[in-house]
Ligand binder design. Structure first.
Ligand code: AMP
Ligand code: MG
Length: 366
């Protein structure tokens, strides 16, 4: 169980400092916008739409002559997706699935498709990505804002509903043990970005920058850059500023970080990425993981999973899968980036040690 577990007798004794993901993302969005401004003198030549959805700020930039109705349609698509996948919105398809008391539930087809994808990722990552943690995240208060450090025996009880839970999805029918509750927060924004990109492609819109609260996808070629690349910023997890950049196109750049949503209690930080083996926030020395991959849902799910795996297992996994690149930042200000990024990742901050990693590091030296 969590080595830092505290039994709390009454909530009145608790003094919490909360740090909202909303604020961090706002800072992140702001510096990204600045970055675009610096590299792109024609920055006012975008059709831009910023809005708040899925508990974060989002921004979509398209060619300036794009019909205004496209932005309206894309925002509506995000809100449609939120109405399916929100775990806290009464009436959403996921909310209804979680509330159902029967073992077998007929669910929305789009929901079952993403659940299937999430379950596939759970198996691929050996449970590091875990889509059945809602009951645990809620206990910590990450979905309600009523933060608390659960007692060890309470977490133990709840883990019975998570562990190696048997989930079967056949067509639109989901079968799971009663009491098990899904949370797709680790993959939904990535899925939403993929949906936006496919709409842009259907409409033959040549380029666009989709920033769904730090889940970035850069679509098409950047017309104001001789190499047609987009420069995407990676957040410094220590101060929320700009740590570095990657130059990419037609690619997702997705970060999971312990700084994104957390609370502090008795001088200790408890963040929102949970280890399904313990029910506790992951505590392995990583503070941020950025994944660069073609597919945004995959990048989103993986950034969460790699964070849970820890540096060595994540590097080994990357060297086996070979279908994504990643940047890892540790609490000791070390940056490890995979070999495919060697010419496209630039660190702009001092005070960090940088290592480009070709193969998995092996701490045992085997
Ligand atoms: P991200 O910011 O993409 O890393 O997603 C974090 C969110 O994913 C959390 O707020 C939870 O909703 C959910 N989550 C937490 N821990 C896990 C985990 N081990 N696997 C999958 N999703 C998780
Ligand atoms: Mg994720």
């Amino acid at each position: 169980m969590c080595e830092f577990n505290h039994k709390l007798s009454t909530d009145k004794k608790i003094s919490y400092i909360t740090h909202s993901k909303f604020l961090m993302k706002l800072v992140f969005c702001t510096f990204l916008i600045c970055l675009w401004g610096c590299i792109n003198p024609a920055r006012d030549k975008y059709s831009e739409n910023s809005f708040f959805a899925m508990d974060t700020w989002m921004e979509i930039k398209l060619p300036y002559d794009t019909d205004a109705s496209v932005q309206t349609e894309l925002e509506a698509e995000i809100r449609r997706i939120e109405n399916i996948f929100s775990v806290t919105l009464p009436g959403s398809s996921l909310y209804e699935l979680n509330a159902s008391e029967t073992e077998e539930v007929q669910a929305d087809g789009e929901l079952t498709a993403l659940l299937y994808e999430a379950e596939r990722l759970r198996s691929l990552t050996d449970g590091a990505f875990c889509d059945t943690l809602y009951i645990i995240s809620r206990e910590w208060g990450f979905t309600t804002g009523e933060y608390k450090v659960p007692a060890a025996d309470r977490l133990g009880e709840l883990l019975d509903f998570v562990g190696n839970a048997e989930v079967t999805i056949v067509s639109d029918t989901v079968r799971r043990p009663p009491g098990l509750m899904f949370d797709l927060g680790g993959i939904t924004k990535g899925y939403a970005a993929d949906r936006i990109v496919s709409i842009l492609k259907e409409k033959n819109i040549a380029y666009g920058i989709i920033n769904l609260g730090g889940n970035i996808y850069v679509h098409g070629a950047n017309p104001s850059n001789s190499e047609n690349k987009w420069t995407v910023g990676i957040t410094d997890p220590f101060d929320g500023g700009l740590l570095g950049t990657v130059a990419v196109n037609d690619t997702a750049v997705v970060t999971s970080g312990s700084y994104e949503r957390y609370f502090e209690y008795e001088g200790r930080r408890y963040h929102h990425i949970i280890d399904s083996a313990t029910g506790c926030p992951v505590d392995n020395g990583l503070v941020s993981v950025t994944v660069i991959a073609d597919d945004s849902s995959y990048a989103d799910g993986l950034s969460t999973a790699l964070f849970v795996m820890g540096l060595d297992n994540a590097l080994r996994f990357q060297s086996e899968q070979k279908n994504f690149e990643a940047v890892f930042i540790t609490e000791n200000k070390e940056i490890y980036y995979t070999e495919g990024l060697k010419d496209i990742f630039t660190c702009s901050k001092s005070g960090f040690t940088l290592s480009c990693v070709k193969y998995a590091r092996n701490p045992q030296g085997e």
